[in-house]
Design a protein around this ligand. Structure first.
Ligand SMILES: Nc1ncnc2c1ncn2[C@@H]1O[C@H](COP(=O)(O)OP(=O)(O)OP(=O)(O)O)[C@@H](O)[C@H]1O
Ligand SMILES: [Mg+2]
Length: 193
């Protein structure tokens, strides 16, 4: 299997890439399509389930598992190695707990409009980078799940498949870099475009 990486994609290490479940897949296009089919099943599950708490470590893992359970043996499991972006692996669990508590506090206290809560949640989650891969798609769907739970429409994320290379993806990664510096307004505008 030869991977073709879009801008800002986390490269696979050898151990992770060996754990691909469908053995017939040999190209990046086939992998993208397979993952997309897996994600659609997860979305059906996510958006038909009754209102429950999303802001837990168990749920963060469960959504990743549902999105990639037919694709990767490590679906739903935190990474143990360093990735190019992402915290040291021993900090994943405690930092996620702080993130869940912060987001719960912002919601309970109306600290920010709900779009700002969801965009900061997405950015901090992908910055932690809890899983060996697929953190972008997982953290975008987590933000969407939070919006739906709060009776708001999900983000449109530039209305393009962000897994593929495009100007829209470039724009997304650029706005994430601004968010890294604390400026969330461009990322927010992108997410609603
Ligand atoms: N400089 C950056 N600052 C913040 N986040 C970044 C940066 N570069 C990349 N990212 C995030 O990391 C993600 C890539 O991580 P990973 O490869 O684990 O996820 P993915 O689901 O495979 O990605 P995608 O679906 O976007 O292709 C990007 O989608 C983006 O959300
Ligand atoms: Mg990736």
């Amino acid at each position: 299997m030869k991977f073709v990486y879009a801008e800002g994609a986390t490269p696979f290490n050898q151990d992770d890439s060996a754990q691909l479940i469908p053995k017939h897949i040999t190209t990046q296009t086939q992998l993208n399509e397979w993952e997309q089919a897996n994600i659609i099943i997860a979305e059906k599950w996510l958006f038909s389930r009754k209102r429950k708490d999303l802001l837990t470590i168990d749920f963060i893992k469960k959504l990743h598992l549902k999105m990639f359970d037919k694709t990767w043996l490590w679906a739903g499991k935190f990474r143990h190695h360093q990735t190019n972006i992402g915290l040291p692996s021993f900090q994943i669990q405690p930092t996620l707990k702080i993130l869940c508590d912060d987001v719960q506090f912002w919601i309970s206290n109306y600290t920010f409009p709900i779009d700002e809560v969801a965009i900061q949640f997405h950015h901090r989650l992908v910055h932690i980078h809890p899983f060996p891969n697929d953190n972008g798609r997982h953290s975008r769907l987590m933000a969407d799940a939070l919006l739906i739970q709060m009776s708001t429409s999900r983000f449109s994320w530039g209305r393009k498949n962000l897994a593929l290379s495009s100007d829209t993806r470039h724009q997304y990664i650029s706005t994430l870099k601004l968010a890294d510096k604390g400026d969330y307004q461009h990322l927010l505008k992108f997410a609603r475009s």
